[in-house]
Design a binder for this molecule. Sequence first.
Ligand code: G3H
Ligand code: 13P
Ligand code: NA
Ligand code: ZN
Length: 328
Amino acid sequence: ALITLRQLLDHAAEHGYGVPAFNINNMEQGLAIMEAAKATDAPVIIQASRGARSYANDIMLAKMIEALAAIYPGIPLCMHQDHGNDEATCMTAIRHGFTSVMMDGSLKADAKTPADYDYNVAITERVARMAHWVGASVEGELGVLGSLETGESEAEDGHGAEGKLDHSMLLTDPDQAVDFVTRTGVDALAIACGTSHGAYKFSRRPDGDILAMKVIEEIHRKLPNTHLVMHGSSSVPQELQDIINAHGGEMPQTFGVPVEEIVRGIRHGVRKVNIDTDCRMAMTGQFRRIAAQNPREFDPRKFLKPAMDAMRDLCRDRFEAFGTAGHA
Ligand code: G3H
Ligand code: 13P
Ligand code: NA
Ligand code: ZN
């Protein structure tokens, strides 16, 4: 059954677990997520980016979610807009059956000027008010996803990194987080703790200098009742890099967010954990493997089925590690 983010994260907080939010762009990813949820008896968050919506078409996505809910009636399912950038994106998502939206006013607030902050508060408050009128939930974001290693902010807006930023500018300020949540009324708050989107997060296994889990602990101390969200939370497993590279891929060595660090975050208020890259890599590893091992193959299902199975296994591992399993 479809449920809101608020309902799901309230339950997660009460029982002390986290929920992975997996991105969807097509039927295969939807089936993989739901198969994993069914196998582990876990509730799910499925999220679509603006890119996913234009790739798959809003009507296709809406019907796909309806179909997934019908195929798996026992699994609580939250359908969420990932990184909405304005009111229109958020409202049209709700119109198409999404039960939750992210209004990411931090996309325009990388410089952390007072004007940027005011913009973020104002637009997020507006979206939260509108979404709540019609029973949908809202996630806001405060902070800059970017690398603490290089000091580069991520091209969250697609316009390229802005250049070197002070470490402290990348991390969410705990006092500002309190002000932001109070003024906007968001149901969940995405924070920045040194992660970034995509596969190339860290050039070494991250330690406390480049992955600032301490910031999460401090925000949770100040906002014990706020559901925290970690973006850029793919672990970029070595074995997935190896499968891709063993079959013609050329991904440079890279490191993601260790699952243990996410689990530590879950002990300190993290309830939603965004994962896209790991799923992409799980599928692509199988595309490459089949293409390399069976060059005569041309039936797309022969590529898509192993890819779906690999994504399902990845999702199942996260449901188990985050404690989501058993809570459907
Ligand atoms: O936030 C980033 C997600 O991985 C979605 O990526 O915009 O390429 O669909 P996308
Ligand atoms: P990853 O690129 O680490 O999977 O992060 C996904 C994300 O944050 C989507 O909003
Ligand atoms: Na941001
Ligand atoms: Zn994100």
